[in-house]
Design a protein. Structure first.
Length: 65
């Protein structure tokens, strides 16, 4: 299991910081892991799964058309 910092989350998702936190608040993005102090990270596999779900939804919509 690997934890990734916000900079990498932003890089691999293409989202902005505010969008990541907005999606988290709405329950639509993996939650951060508090590491202590002001340090947080995300579980890499959870972020990758979120991306895969987005791709799956896209493919389902394109197949249904």
């Amino acid at each position: 299991m690997r934890l990734i910092k916000l900079k990498e989350v932003l890089h691999i998702t293409g989202l902005s910081r505010s969008t990541v936190y907005r999606f988290m608040s709405a329950g639509g993005f993996p939650m951060k892991v508090e590491l202590g102090g002001n340090s947080v990270a995300w579980v890499e596999s959870e972020v990758e799964e979120w991306i895969s779900e987005k791709i799956g939804k896209r493919d389902t919509i394109n197949t249904a058309s």
